[in-house]
Design a protein around this ligand. Structure first.
Ligand code: TPP
Length: 419
């Protein structure tokens, strides 16, 4: 343009720190000391804890000792139950991942390295609190002792699948365990969780809701409308963001991580925001307990960012070696959540390596037995397990005339084709 001596405009396109083949160095990673962050009272005003959205609640130090005011001081049984649920979740993931490779199911997603974010939270919530998970919180169902054979039936879309083969594998729905139907459409569960929490409050109930989404999902519009409703009505809800740093091949910078934290999203809405070491089961437990007490006593919603690392591929359809350095997972400074809790309970003298090894064997056998049981009702390779008619059911409460017509047409065409 004439008469203007200005530099050309340009866009900033985020670039992840490490690409395939790069040497990984987390020296710049700001890792606050365990126990360093204060624990405010549950009726604190969101404005008074703005700094906490940039800090990190950590309980377990490098030696596995619990430090500071967020130590939830759990009973030995609770600590060991959490450890077992995390180990069982990992064993479940390993086996079902292999089942996909063997062609027994079409798809699977692991949560390896993120087990504390679901298992720690599940232990701090009441069983009748309603969970609105994403597809990476299988640890919630496992921590709530839901039978894993039922989860495998869904993954196999077999005869015993309660969802009648209508959903993609891992999109569980378990009303009895207060685990809301998973939807493939990212972040739709966020406003639904807030609405559920509002309904609970409007009815004078005492149950609260909790929602989970990934950091990539915070870029969805639903995330922002959910936060507005939660703040305006002070809905009794816990909004969890699992920042595992990757949304398939997009690093967290594309969801806004370069400029600020995900916990800091809460500030603009006037919501309490906490940032937590997501690989520290005790920190996840303590933050969830704080947020639950806050919600239950009508002090409003809390957004919790769980800082973690997606240790494996996004799904069985993904190859992370194409877009990130293979060294990343091993060098991630917050470690492995199972190893960290194990070190803690060994340090307390209530656990040892022998018992841990025996438990790993026991949970692997348990998953294997459940898989065998589920396979009696069929696997993917055997073909369809549900009646063709069931495909038209439950679209509406009562089947309307046009679906009856389509069903009849299907039968006619199958007859004509000799099947
Ligand atoms: C509305 C919508 N857009 C895109 C997708 C495709 N998709 C599935 S998972 C995913 C990445 C989500 O990443 P994140 O929220 O960080 O969660 P993570 O997978 O890391 O747990 C995308 C883009 C989708 N399922 N729904």
């Amino acid at each position: 343009m004439t008469g203007r001596n200005l530099p050309p405009l340009s866009l900033h396109v985020p670039e992840p720190p490490f690409r395939p083949g790069d040497t990984v160095d987390f020296a710049d990673f700001d890792m606050p000391a365990a126990g360093a962050v204060r624990r405010p009272p549950i009726d604190t005003s969101p404005a008074d804890i703005r700094d906490m959205a940039y800090a990190m609640v950590r309980v377990l130090d490098d030696e596995g000792r619990a430090q500071g005011p967020w130590d939830p001081r759990l009973a030995p049984e609770t600590l060991l139950k959490m450890l077992r649920s995390m180990a069982l979740t990992r064993a479940f993931d390993e086996r079902l991942y292999r089942a996909q490779r063997q062609g027994k199911t079409s798809f699977y997603m692991k949560c390896t390295g993120e087990e504390a974010t679901s298992v720690g939270a599940a232990h701090a919530l009441d069983y009748d609190d309603m969970c609105f998970p994403s597809y990476r919180q299988q640890g919630l169902l496992i921590a709530r002792d839901w039978p894993i054979v039922d989860m495998i039936n869904q993954i196999y879309s077999n005869r015993a699948d309660r969802l009648k083969g209508r959903q993609m594998p891992i999109m569980y729905s378990v009303r009895e365990a207060n685990f809301f139907s998973i939807s493939g459409n990212l972040t739709t569960q966020y406003p639904q969780a807030v609405g559920w929490a509002m309904a609970s409050a409007a009815r004078g109930d005492t149950r609260i809701a909790a929602a989970w989404c990934g950091e990539g999902s915070t870029a969805e519009g639903d995330f922002h409308s959910a936060l507005t409703f939660a703040a305006v009505y002070r809905a009794p809800v816990i909004l969890n963001v699992i920042n595992n740093q990757w949304a398939i091949s997009s690093f967290s910078g594309f969801a806004g991580a370069e400029a600020t934290t995900f916990a800091a999203r809460a500030i603009g809405y006037g919501i309490a925001g906490l940032r937590v070491d997501g690989n520290d089961a005790l920190a996840v437990y303590a933050a969830t307990q704080w947020a639950a007490d806050r919600a239950r006593n009508n002090h409003g919603p809390t957004l919790i960012e769980h800082f973690t690392y997606r240790a494996e591929g996004h799904s069985t359809s993904d190859d992370p070696s194409k877009y990130r350095s293979a060294e990343e997972g091993g060098k991630w400074p917050l470690g492995d959540p199972i190893v960290r809790l194990k070190r803690h309970v060994i340090g307390l003298g209530i656990w040892d390596e022998e018992r841990h090894a025996a438990m790993d064997l026991e949970v692997a056998e348990l998953v294997k037995a459940a898989q065998k049981e589920a396979e009696k009702d069929g696997i993917l390779q055997d073909g369809l397990k549900q009646s063709f008619d069931s495909m038209f059911e439950d679209v509406f409460e009562e089947m309307p005339w046009h679906l009856k017509e389509q069903s009849a047409q299907m039968h006619e065409e199958r007859r004509a084709a000799g099947i």
